[in-house]
Design a protein around this ligand. Structure first.
Ligand SMILES: [Zn+2]
Length: 215
């Protein structure tokens, strides 16, 4: 990956990169692991090292659930099994090791501008429903740097990545892209549906790494 070439973001735009939920619980060994999560964290780290200068803002998000209750039905009720579509095992509880950044990505936090914490008692998946620790929304952060373009990567395509991208595209003035080779999915079937939802919303689906290169 050291000599890997990347497509980079669009020239002439003020692009923000949103890196979604690279957390221990969503990677191998965590409470709700996505296959390939750790490898993805390495790939995103390589990408950020190579392309940091293309972005006016780099934001990470973390799923950050309350320790008590079901977070609005997001966690399966005690004594019931999660369906892995709408209800989930307990994961990413505030302040626990599972909510920490996966160690493959943690060294890159030095070049991240801000963090959105999301899912605090709320079953939604979009980073636009979260806030920084001092109360700023992702919309506030984008406005603060006059971003006219947003790119989204991370975990997982079918849930938080797609929900965030669709919400970003609600502003018709904004160009929104998901870099699909820098995302991983929970299920292939729900990921396909998510890609269709994103396309319907006007999100561009593209790759960070050119076709023909090792992906
Ligand atoms: Zn969650």
């Amino acid at each position: 990956m050291g000599s890997q070439s990347f497509m980079g973001s669009r020239s002439g735009s003020r692009t923000a990169l949103v890196i979604v939920d690279l957390q221990q619980d969503f990677c191998e060994g965590g409470a709700l692991p996505v296959e390939g999560g750790r490898d993805l964290a390495v790939r995103i780290s390589d990408y950020v090292r190579a392309c940091r200068g293309d972005y006016v803002l780099v934001v990470t998000t973390r799923d950050w659930h309350e320790p008590d209750g079901t977070n609005g039905g997001h966690f399966a009720a005690p004594g019931t099994d999660p369906d892995f579509l709408h209800t989930w095992p307990v994961h990413c509880v505030q302040g626990t090791p599972g909510a920490a950044y996966v160690e493959e990505f943690a060294p890159l936090l030095d070049v991240v501008d801000a963090e959105i914490l999301q899912g605090q008692g709320d079953p939604g998946y979009s980073a636009f429903s979260g806030a920084t620790s001092d109360g700023h929304t992702l919309e506030d952060l984008l406005a603060g740097v006059e971003a006219d373009s947003v790119e989204v990567v991370g975990l997982a395509t079918d849930y938080c990545v797609s929900a965030t991208a669709v919400d970003a595209a609600a502003n018709p003035e904004r160009e929104v892209a998901v870099l699909l080779d820098l995302c991983r999915e929970v299920h292939s079937s729900t990921a396909l549906a998510a890609v269709n939802r994103m396309l319907d919303a006007g999100v561009v689906i593209r790759y960070a790494i050119p076709l023909g290169a090792d992906r």
